[in-house]
Every structure is written in structure tokens, then in C-alpha cells.
Design a protein around this ligand. Structure first.
Ligand code: ACO
Length: 326
């Protein structure tokens, strides 16, 4: 498997920390020092998850020098689809990727890593040659905009990669995926329903979703403990050491988490990719968005070894060690 191209996109409107201080009692100083975030993008009512995701996908397809018609599979990692039945088919239609089968995959902020590994299985078994993997989320739709502990953290965006069969050299060098539902309550976007009677003895639950709830300290502790461990396991599978990694590419949740993980792995900050300041935590989009930005800046070069790790709700976490390029 090879990663032949990347792309990213955001909604049009950006809110900086000063803007947020008009919505909740907070300050630029608090947000910057506790999280590293300076601004984030938020989708307007006219924008859609599928629209932003399709824009990122088009850019990835162009970089891969292929066409939508060549795509066999579209995998959309998201927790915030436009349609609970899934939004991948809508993206397939927007791209005119008529040959592709398309489906959603939900693993919160780990979605891109889980998607990368899922896509690689289809490619390694020879079933599909060209896979479009998108990580996209519009968490602004589900954020409690009166809760300053969470609303300052999240942003909207999309990132995509085109993965291709490459029998001579498999660029996915190692991976490790984990889940632990016993700590599910640390970070939720749960269903809430009211009982609605249908017949004398039959009731159903009818409702919507609660906004995002999070125990920040628990999530922080979980990430700092589990992410270095999962990266080390993936590196072991790749028969590599942390010194051999060119770039550490973590889910962009919080600069303090990213710094602590890099420190535990003994990876210096100039090898740790960070664009969180501009985008906030964009959930499944954060890794491909940061990857695409760094690739387009020509900071990441073909053949560079990247240790990527996603972590978040579920709880889920995982790492993938891969080389950029064909
Ligand atoms: N502005 C100003 N003050 C605030 C804000 C804010 N936005 N948010 C909280 N505070 C206040 C609190 O009310 C509290 O005040 P008090 O002491 O008077 O009660 C004080 O700041 C400290 O609050 P804590 O919640 O203890 O702050 P903490 O130091 O733990 O930092 C943070 C909070 C940044 C959320 C931290 O816990 C963290 O980074 N956790 C990880 C969260 C994360 O990254 N989640 C996403 C990962 S998973 C995923 O991506 C979906």
C-alpha cells in the first residue's frame, strides 16, 4: 500500500479566541496556555460535512494524479455525518465516483487511523486498488456553546488521502489499534430519548443527541499514558525505534498532550507536527489535515517515516507507522 496524495479543507468562517470570549467567559490567554489553540473553523448552516469532505477529497485525488472514476472504495471516518445512515455515499455522488463503494466508519478522533488500517486490509488482499480515505468532522454542530470547558477545544474540518496498491513496497510498516469501552463515559456524544407510547404495551424512545460531554482531566491522563505505549507497540511491529521516525503526527487535541507524548518517546519538538493553533481539535480530520498541510509545505518528503496516532472517544486509540509517498 502507498499513500499517493493528500488534501484538506475547512469551512469558510474562522473564530479566534477573542471571538470565543464574546460567547463564554474565557480569554485568549487561558485557551492558548492550556491548549495551544488560537483559532478554529466553524461550519455555517449552509455548509455540510459531505461538502467540506468532498473538497478535501478532490484535492487528494488531484495530488495522486488519478480521477474519481478510478476510486474503488470511499471510507469516511466521521462522528458527525449529515445523515445518520452515513454520508460517504453522498460524497461518492458529489465526486462522481460512480464505481466506488462508500461507507462510514466511526471511531471518533481515532477514526483516521482505524480507517487507514481498514483500507490497507482491502488493498493488501488485492480486493481494491484505489481507496479514498477521508477524516471529516463538524463538531461545532454538537458542541455545547455555553460550556467553556469544551467549546474552546473543537473545530471543523476535513482531510483526505488516496491509498493505492503498491505490491513492490508496502508503505504501512506497522500498526496497533485499541478500544476500552469501560471508560466510555469520559467523552460522549450520547443519544437522549423520551419515551413515546405507540400502543398500550409498546413504547419507543424518540429523541436527539446530548452535546459533547468530557472529563478533561481523565482524557488528558488517558492520552498521555496510552498514546506513547501504542506508538511503541506499532514501532515494534515495524521493527523500528523512535529515533528512526522522521515525524511524529498526533491527533491534534491539545498541545500539552502532544508535548508530553513526544517527551515520553524522546522525540524532539522539531520532529513533532503541530497545526492545532490554527484549527483546534478537528477530531477524525486532524491527522490528515496536519499531514496534508505539512506535505504541501514540502516539510514531509517522499520516503519519510511518520508515526501517527489517534485517540479519543470510545475510548479508542491507535497508531500507524507509514512512509509518505508511492
Ligand atoms: N476559559 C477560562 N477558564 C476555564 C475554561 C476556559 N475555556 N475552561 C475551564 N476553565 C476553568 C475551570 O472552570 C476551572 O476553574 P476553577 O478552578 O475556578 O473551577 C479552571 O479553569 C481549571 O479547569 P480544569 O478543567 O481543571 O482545567 P485543566 O487544567 O484540566 O484544563 C483542559 C482543561 C484543557 C480541557 C485539559 O483538561 C485537557 O487538555 N484535557 C484533555 C482534553 C482533550 O484534549 N480532549 C480532546 C481529546 S479526545 C478528542 O479529541 C475528542
Amino acid at each position: 500500500m502507498a499513500i499517493a496524495g493528500s488534501g484538506s479543507a475547512t469551512p469558510k468562517v474562522a473564530l479566534d479566541n477573542q471571538d470565543l470570549s464574546q460567547i463564554v467567559e474565557t480569554s485568549d490567554e487561558w485557551i492558548r496556555t492550556r491548549t495551544g489553540i488560537q483559532q478554529r473553523y466553524v461550519a455555517s448552516p449552509e455548509e455540510s460535512l459531505a461538502g467540506v469532505a468532498a473538497q478535501a477529497a478532490e484535492r487528494a485525488i488531484a495530488m495522486a494524479e488519478t480521477t474519481s472514476a478510478e476510486i474503488d472504495l470511499i471510507l469516511l471516518a466521521t462522528s458527525t455525518p449529515d445523515d445518520l445512515f452515513g454520508s460517504a455515499s453522498q460524497i461518492q455522488s458529489l465526486l462522481g465516483a460512480s464505481r466506488a463503494v462508500a461507507f462510514d466508519l466511526t471511531a471518533a478522533c481515532s477514526g483516521f487511523i482505524f480507517g487507514l488500517v481498514t483500507a490497507s486490509q482491502f488493498i493488501r488482499t488485492g480486493v481494491y486498488q484505489n481507496v479514498l480515505l477521508i477524516g471529516a468532522d463538524l463538531l461545532s454542530r454538537w458542541t455545547d456553546w455555553s460550556d467553556r470547558r469544551t467549546c474552546v477545544l473543537f473545530g471543523d474540518g476535513a482531510g483526505a488521502v488516496v491509498l493505492q496498491a503498491n505490491p513492490e513496497r508496502d508503505r504501512l510498516l506497522g500498526f496497533e489499534l485499541c478500544s476500552d469501552g469501560t471508560h466510555n463515559q469520559s467523552l460522549n456524544l450520547t443519544y437522549q430519548g423520551k419515551s413515546q407510547p405507540l400502543l398500550k404495551d409498546v413504547s419507543i424512545s424518540h429523541g436527539s443527541y446530548y452535546p459533547i460531554t468530557m472529563n478533561g482531566k481523565e482524557v488528558y491522563r488517558f492520552a498521555v499514558a496510552k498514546v506513547p505505549e501504542v506508538i511503541s507497540k506499532a514501532l515494534f511491529r515495524a521493527q523500528l525505534t523512535a529515533e528512526q521516525v522522521d515525524w511524529l503526527l498526533l491527533h491534534q487535541a491539545n498541545q500539552r498532550i502532544m508535548d508530553a507524548v513526544a517527551q515520553r518517546l524522546n522525540i524532539s519538538s522539531d520532529r513533532a507536527i503541530s497545526n492545532l493553533a490554527k484549527y483546534g481539535n478537528t477530531s477524525a480530520a486532524s491527522i490528515p489535515l496536519a499531514l496534508d498541510e505539512t506535505v504541501r509545505q514540502e516539510t514531509i518528503q517522499p520516503g519519510d517515516i511518520i508515526a501517527a496516532s489517534g485517540f479519543g472517544a470510545g475510548l479508542t486509540w491507535g497508531a500507524a507507522i507509514f512512509q509518505w509517498g508511492r
